[in-house]
Write a protein that binds this ligand. Structure first.
Ligand SMILES: NC(=O)c1ccc[n+]([C@@H]2O[C@H](COP(=O)([O-])OP(=O)(O)OC[C@H]3O[C@@H](n4cnc5c(N)ncnc54)[C@H](OP(=O)(O)O)[C@@H]3O)[C@@H](O)[C@H]2O)c1
Length: 281
């Protein structure tokens, strides 16, 4: 399938090859971009020509910061008509991860779930999904800016320097000391899902060794590549549903043409950014 791309979000995972982190894992040339929406422009032999002109998310591989993307038809997910391009361009990485992690935790009503980076795009989705599931989310924030950004969300907020209460489970996107403190606050029968490394520091250390809860890593790409494609499609249909209801919709901070990708990356790095940066392709 050949897809004429329309828009793609900038996500933290896209920045790994851009910044040169883990460079031994990146073979050049490399086009970043895991999220994104486009229109089917051509189909190969054996693919239903009715796909031509359909809006799809071309997923399962990088390469979406591009005008064109060629990929196997099985990795193209149809976009429902009522999901606008802007939300479709951010519909995969965060909405699907948030839904799968809440399903993995499967919190009981009233369960206290702590989280780091609660004011991030995915953090807000997690807060709303947990609240909708009857759990009590607790966001650990490092700044007044994050506290302010969470105003109006159904979440209790605590400064990262304050002692944490006892928690039933946790979600960590930061690693380092913040992640270890969260792990240490979880009851022995509980679980910490560790899914990001925003601090750039691994989740290790003496505090983590004292933690009694089990610590599990969550990586969307592992789930996506290990699951039957029918499960993947069904989970994406649920993620679209969460976007529709507003649980997993994201604000857009700004959109840039692909030719201005450097400005887009600089804006993405600004601490006052609120929402995702999109590339128009
Ligand atoms: N494992 C997976 O499959 C998977 C899937 C999706 C996302 N993720 C991860 O989820 C994380 C968030 O993604 P996103 O798209 O939601 O990002 P985003 O919207 O760009 O989030 C930025 C947020 O991160 C916070 N932050 C940055 N560095 C921090 C640090 N050292 N300590 C605490 N907070 C910090 C910022 O808080 P301030 O307001 O305090 O600056 C800001 O709220 C990333 O690590 C991403 O890789 C993982």
């Amino acid at each position: 399938m050949l897809v004429r791309m329309r828009a793609s979000a900038i996500n933290p995972s896209d920045l790994i090859p851009v910044t040169g982190a883990y460079r031994h894992r990146t073979a050049l040339p490399f086009v970043p971009g895991y999220d994104g929406v486009g229109v089917v422009a051509d189909v190969g032999p054996g693919v239903d020509p009715a796909m031509l002109g359909r809006r799809v998310l071309p997923l399962g591989s990088a390469g979406n910061w591009s005008t064109w993307k060629a990929l196997p038809a099985e990795w193209c997910i149809d976009v429902p008509d009522d999901i606008a391009d802007e939300q479709a361009a951010m519909a995969y990485i965060n909405p699907l991860t948030a839904r799968l992690m809440v399903q993995a935790l499967s919190p009981k009503p009233g369960a206290r779930i702590g989280m780091t980076a609660g004011a991030s795009s995915i953090g807000r989705m997690l807060i709303r999904l947990l609240h909708a599931a009857g759990a009590l989310p607790l966001a650990i924030v490092r700044s007044e800016r994050s506290r302010h950004a969470l105003r109006g969300e159904p979440v209790e907020i605590i400064e990262e320097s304050r002692p944490l209460p006892s928690l039933d489970a946790g979600l960590d996107a930061v690693g380092g000391l913040a992640g270890a403190r969260l792990a240490a606050a979880i009851e022995p029968a509980g679980v910490l899902l560790h899914y990001g490394l925003l601090s750039g520091r691994p989740l290790t250390g003496a505090l983590l060794e004292k933690a009694k809860a089990s610590v599990r890593m969550f990586r969307l790409r592992d789930w996506v590549h290990a699951s039957p494609r029918s499960d993947f499609r069904a989970a994406m249909a649920e993620a679209f549903g969460d976007i529709r209801t507003g649980l997993s919709a994201s604000p857009v901070a700004a959109a840039y043409p692909l030719s201005a990708f450097q400005d887009a990356l600089l804006h993405n790095a600004r601490p006052d950014r609120r929402g995702k940066i999109l590339l128009r392709l």
